[in-house]
Design a protein around this ligand. Structure first.
Ligand SMILES: C[C@@](CO)(OP(=O)(O)O)[C@H](O)COP(=O)(O)OP(=O)(O)OC[C@H]1O[C@@H](n2ccc(N)nc2=O)[C@H](O)[C@@H]1O
Ligand SMILES: Nc1ncnc2c1ncn2[C@@H]1O[C@H](COP(=O)(O)OP(=O)(O)O)[C@@H](O)[C@H]1O
Length: 313
């Protein structure tokens, strides 16, 4: 049977803990982060075509590039280059249903790259490309990409690309605030953190995995998780977009157990105790908080998953 189209589902992520070490010589910062995949999913479909192309639909589609810079396209071509050592592969048309906010600190581009790797491996029946090699390719595409292959809750170390799964029972309920048209560039936020640290003369040591957060996750104690949410990039994100301080305050006043900027932001993630509380908080934020899109999600959820394969033959 030949496969005509493959669809893969992939989640966005938030960082429950993000501890940033010193700037390394290669331009990256040493990290210790706790990634958490949440139930906002992009769907990426690949099918053979005459030319390479990307087509994006969904609420955030107008903010996503459809040229060769789209990370799903970069990923597919990276895998094709690998395959071409053995045989040529036809170009693919890539369709992305984009539900993860763009340039929001939820790794939507990285998610699409991870999905494209898995979808094209299936489409091109590259069974000899094992998960380990796929992870190496994922890391070459971006520091967040290996986590999106795994999903769940996991520690990221190195520059974030080395993944160790974390035991986390049960579910966490989230309300996400994504500023309409508000974006932040990841490198710009890291640069701002370095600037703030230099201004203050802060000594920066090697980042450590956060023991208190990991214990709270093992017990799935929502209040303890809320109390240990932490992001070293938050002050840099707030410095670049001061409205984020108002968003964090509004969420707390409206009943969130805890709140944190996700990754480099500007998406803000609020933790609540149940689905009912998530509905209450999202209604409150929509009515009384700073203007933004309010989304609800739960985590942890799995990483890339094959959801559909259409074949003939
Ligand atoms: C901040 C985080 C937290 O999970 O996520 P986002 O908020 O972007 O989703 C990540 O560290 C982002 O990872 P990702 O978006 O994959 O970044 P990459 O493409 O690897 O790197 C883009 C740029 O970010 C900076 N960078 C990234 C990772 C890292 N550990 N140190 C860095 O200084 C570097 O300037 C690098 O050139
Ligand atoms: N498939 C994609 N989805 C989203 N953004 C993409 C994609 N491919 C490339 N980009 C670019 O990557 C930038 C960062 O997007 P994203 O991964 O959503 O944010 P973040 O790094 O904050 O998590 C966007 O501004 C966009 O120009």
């Amino acid at each position: 049977m030949t496969t005509d189209a493959v669809t893969v589902r992939v989640p966005g992520k938030i960082n429950l803990g993000l501890f940033v070490g010193p700037l390394r010589e290669d331009g990256y910062h040493e990290l210790s982060t706790v990634f958490h995949a949440v139930s906002l999913f992009d769907h990426v479909t690949v099918q053979p075509a005459d030319d390479w192309s990307v087509h994006v639909t969904g609420p955030f589609a107008d903010r996503v590039p459809t040229d060769g810079s789209n990370l799903a396209m970069v990923a597919a071509r990276t895998l094709a280059a690998r395959r071409q050592r053995r045989a040529t592969v036809p170009p693919v048309r890539i369709d992305i249903d984009k539900q993860i906010p763009v340039a929001g600190g939820m790794a939507g581009g990285s998610a699409d790259a991870a999905a494209a790797l898995v979808a094209c491996r299936e489409l091109w029946t590259l069974d000899h490309i094992e998960n380990e090699l796929l992870e190496t390719m994922a890391a070459s595409l971006g520091s967040d990409v290996p986590f999106l292959l795994h999903g769940g809750t996991a520690i990221g170390s190195g520059r974030g690309e080395q993944i160790t799964p974390v035991l986390a029972r049960g579910e966490l309920h989230w309300v996400l605030w994504a500023g309409e048209g508000l974006t932040l560039s990841t490198p710009a936020v890291y640069v701002e953190l370095d600037r703030l640290r230099e201004e203050r003369g802060t000594e920066v040591g090697a980042p450590e995995p956060p023991g208190d957060l990991l214990t709270a996750l093992r017990r799935m104690d929502t209040d303890a998780v809320a109390a240990t949410l932490h992001n070293d990039l938050q002050e840099a994100a707030v410095s670049l977009h001061p409205i984020l301080a108002e968003v964090l305050e509004a969420g707390q006043e409206l009943g969130a157990r805890g709140g944190v900027v996700s990754g480099s932001g500007p998406t803000v993630a609020f933790l609540v105790g149940s689905q009912a509380q998530a509905i209450d908080l999202s209604v409150g934020l929509a009515a009384n908080g700073p203007t933004g899109e309010i989304l609800r999600a739960m985590g942890p959820v799995p990483g890339t998953q094959l959801v559909h394969r259409v074949g003939q033959g």
